[in-house]
Design a protein around this ligand. Structure first.
Ligand SMILES: Cc1cc2nc3c(=O)[nH]c(=O)nc-3n(C[C@H](O)[C@H](O)[C@H](O)COP(=O)(O)OP(=O)(O)OC[C@H]3O[C@@H](n4cnc5c(N)ncnc54)[C@H](O)[C@@H]3O)c2cc1C
Length: 411
């Protein structure tokens, strides 16, 4: 009864479980799927998030499965270099930037939680249907997986909805919100075993959304054949889209056209895409920021609270930051409702700014600037198009808004 109930064992739910466990606050996680499997493709963790994971004692475990990303490199669609800057430790941060398979990240968090808190602290096949609350706590109702006929209720002190972009608890409190908002950009994602590109730890962004943009970065170290597992995302403005499903298969012919002449010295992009293990398709969506997350003894965290378009490498990181702030608030306030309100106060405005900036001025605004100024033509010299100072300002502006400028982290 004194437990914190966490709904969802994704990146946010597991991190919260670990943070609460470290703070000696009893909790239990309830997850919809019958078995947690390493699903997804690549995710990036920026230094503000890896700092929190290091504080949970996970940096070594993550280093073994992730790539420490060293640079961000931007090209136009003709393969001309626009801008390059160091990232993570290479940029002087105290903590690395990790590029990692989402499944590897989830497994590191899951194993740590199970071994520290105990296997019985996580219950699978429990799909949350809703929550009721009274003066003394919450009653959360679950079915045996999505659409399951059986019903189970669990009592707890508070409930934290970490159930992702289609959160059942978010829908309960905001029944008229509607489906996630489509950005007008569709994404095709995959992983390819390929020889290392550029520094071997580069995060590449190339092209622009109207004519086809690619994001490419390695997520696992080279195997015995010298090949890395390299994540890629093709992003193209597309009027129509199908509802987001993390596992929907995509078709090469729907998106490879705009990249068919991308034969660069650092990568033959069409050959690289064709060699993918598989292709997934999903629309780039988010939701308008909410006016509040906390309702008495219930609150939202991670994508359930602030789903954002993945243009700033910040979705997982912001869920991780939420977990730290919420844990600190629960430690600080004896009254749990006051703790949830304090957490919302500290996080809602900050994440609202990121959700909105990801729509308009994420790091790839650099590509948009060059695309517009050159009218999508090759350039002679980049500094005739845009100065180094402007490029740095675009990049640093996003870091400040997303909370990972070096100054802010050192402070
Ligand atoms: C299967 C899957 C694959 C993904 N792949 C990628 C990827 O490749 N790249 C990327 O950048 N991001 C991916 N994401 C999203 C990414 O994990 C999140 O944007 C980010 O990490 C924030 O994490 P979160 O914990 O808030 O949400 P999520 O990581 O989405 O976790 C939500 C969790 O809640 C569970 N859940 C959902 N509904 C219920 C319910 N009613 N009751 C109980 N549990 C519920 C889900 O099964 C999931 O485990 C993926 C998410 C999922 C669920």
């Amino acid at each position: 009864m004194d437990e914190v109930i966490i709904v969802g064992a994704g990146i946010g739910g597991l991190t919260l479980g670990l943070a609460l466990e470290q703070a000696k606050i009893p909790c239990r996680i309830f997850e919809s799927v019958p078995e947690i499997r390493a699903i997804g493709v690549g995710i990036n963790l920026l230094p503000h998030a890896t700092r929190e994971l290091a504080a949970l004692g996970l940096e070594d475990a993550l280093s073994k499965v992730a790539i420490q990303t060293t640079d961000a490199t931007f090209f136009n669609r003709f393969g001309q270099l626009i801008y390059q800057e160091p990232l993570g430790r290479a940029a002087g941060y105290d903590h690395p930037q990790f590029s990692i398979h989402r499944g590897d990240l989830q497994m590191v968090l899951l194993e740590a939680f199970r071994s520290r808190a105990g296997h019985d602290r996580i219950v699978t096949n429990r799909h949350c249907l809703g929550v009721e609350q009274d003066d003394r706590g919450v009653t959360v109702t679950f079915s045996d997986g999505p659409g399951g006929a059986s019903r189970f209720t669990v009592r707890g002190r508070v409930v934290i909805a970490c159930d992702g972009i289609n959160s059942a608890i978010r829908k309960q409190f905001f029944p008229d919100e509607g489906e996630p908002r489509y950005s007008g950009v569709n994404m095709w994602r995959g992983v390819t075993r390929w020889k290392p590109m550029l520094s071997g730890a580069s995060m590449v962004r190339a092209g622009w959304l109207s004519h086809g943009k690619m994001v490419i970065y390695p997520i696992r170290a080279a195997d015995r054949d010298g090949l890395q597992l390299i994540n890629w995302v093709a992003e193209i403005e597309t009027p129509n889209y199908r509802k987001r499903d993390w596992n929907r298969a995509g078709s090469l012919n729907d998106f490879i056209g705009p990249f068919s002449d991308w034969h660069f010295d650092w990568c033959d992009v069409p050959a690289f895409i064709r060699a993918a293990d598989s292709v997934l398709e999903f629309p780039m969506v988010d939701q308008d920021p909410l006016p509040r997350w906390s309702f008495g003894l219930t609150t939202l965290l991670g994508d359930a609270a602030h789903p954002m378009v993945p243009r700033g490498s910040n979705g997982a990181g912001q869920a991780i930051l939420d977990a730290r702030v919420l844990t600190a608030a629960l430690l600080e306030h004896a009254d749990p409702a006051a703790a949830l309100a304090a957490y919302e106060k500290q996080r809602l405005e900050a994440t609202t700014r990121i959700v909105l900036t990801n729509r308009t001025n994420p790091p790839d605004a650099i590509l948009r600037e060059v695309f517009e100024r050159t009218r999508d033509k090759p350039f002679n010299a980049i500094d005739e198009i845009i100065s180094r100072d402007e490029l740095v300002a675009l990049s640093e502006g996003y870091k400040r808004i997303a909370g990972y400028s070096k100054d802010a982290l050192h402070r």
